[in-house]
Design a protein around this ligand. Structure first.
Ligand code: PEP
Ligand code: MN
Length: 335
């Protein structure tokens, strides 16, 4: 971290400030006295340094980080890829490609079991299904809640597919004890209380990127979970808001290699929420795999026109079968 002090700051004030930095944080301070101003260089563990506090000091002209503010999620301190073991055979981030598939919302036992069987036959290795749904309208279907989680468990028993479902509230953590991967939705990416609580859980968390979150904000949210002791974070790029409104969101393909460069955490891509249109799922999924994604999460519904949520972006099981074959074929050809 580089701090430029205002011109003509008295030497005793610089000394006081330097002493305070050394006592408050685990850093050493290097000092360069120029003709007009003094520059301080903070060396050491600067991720806990409060940049806003520094910037607010009267003697400070400007301050700049030269190191990322996240530590546990940072590849610099953990050069090897993190591989997250879900079951004996399913490890996300080990170089293999996993497809998580299923409906946006769990609607009935028949629906979820039927979809689970078909996506498994097509090559999906995990089952998704929303039980608690964060909907823009309070009048829209809000999910089957705990009953939805029970139905997912029935589908897991029938097919052996591990289950992924979204949590919305800290108070629900106990209810998710038997869910294999807990999803944090885009709208909750900065629900810091929830992230902190998930840091205390010994379970993988699929952390979706917020609708307007920068890559750094997204990684800082991962840092919240990891700072609590839970290192099992899977990042999920699901499109961000841009001025383009042809698609529901804009898939940020560049985020995949960028996040892989900055972090050791696995990255999964959601082409369904990124596009909002079922016909765009295949090309976006292919692009994500080509760009290095560790997995995909794809919405599949047995009757999209009658789906209780996100029908327009859901593939039918037959469409999914075709898309999954193309995706897995591409992955194979990349070896
Ligand atoms: C979902 O997965 O159904 C969902 C609501 O996703 P997101 O949080 O990315 O909008
Ligand atoms: Mn959805």
């Amino acid at each position: 971290m580089i701090i430029v002090l205002k011109p003509s700051t008295p030497p005793e004030q610089i000394q006081l400030f330097t002493d305070k930095l050394c006592s408050d944080y685990d850093v050493k301070v290097n000092r360069w006295d120029g003709i007009h101003s003094t520059v301080l260089g903070l060396i050491g563990d600067t991720h806990t340094v409060d940049i806003e506090y520094i910037d607010a000091q009267d003697i400070v002209e400007s301050v700049k980080r030269v190191q990322e503010p996240y530590k546990k999620a940072n590849r610099k301190f953990h050069p090897d890829n993190t591989a997250i073991k879900i079951t004996e055979d399913i490890v996300i981030g080990d170089g293999s490609l996993h497809i998580i598939a299923g409906p946006c919302s769990v609607e009935s036992e028949k629906q979820i079991v039927e979809i689970a069987r078909s996506v498994k036959n097509s090559g999906a290795t995990l089952l998704r299904g929303g039980a608690f749904k964060p909907r823009t309208s309070p009048y829209a279907f809000q999910g089957l809640k705990s009953e939805g989680l029970d139905l997912l468990k029935i589908a897991r028993k029938e097919t052996g597919l591990p289950i992924v479902s979204e949590i919305m509230r800290t108070e629900h953590i106990d209810m998710f004890e038997n869910v294999d991967i807990i999803q944090v939705g885009a709208r909750n990416m900065q629900n810091f209380d929830l992230l902190r609580e998930l840091g205390r859980v010994d379970k993988p968390v699929l952390l979706k990127r917020g609708l307007s979150a920068t890559i750094e904000e997204w990684l800082m949210s991962a840092e919240y979970i990891m700072a609590g002791g839970n290192d099992n974070v899977i990042l999920c790029e699901r499109g961000i808001r841009t001025y383009e409104n042809y698609t529901r969101n804009t898939l940020d393909i560049s985020a995949i290699p960028i996040v892989k460069k900055l972090s050791h955490l696995p990255v999964v891509v959601d082409p369904s929420h990124a596009s909002g249109k079922s016909w765009l799922v295949e090309p976006l999924a292919m692009a994500a795999v080509a760009a290095g994604a560790d997995g995909l999460i794809i919405e599949v519904h047995n009757d999209p026109p009658h789906a209780l949520s996100d029908g327009a972006q859901s593939l039918t099981p037959a469409q999914f079968d075709k898309v999954a074959k193309r995706i897995l074929g591409l992955k194979e050809s990349m070896k």
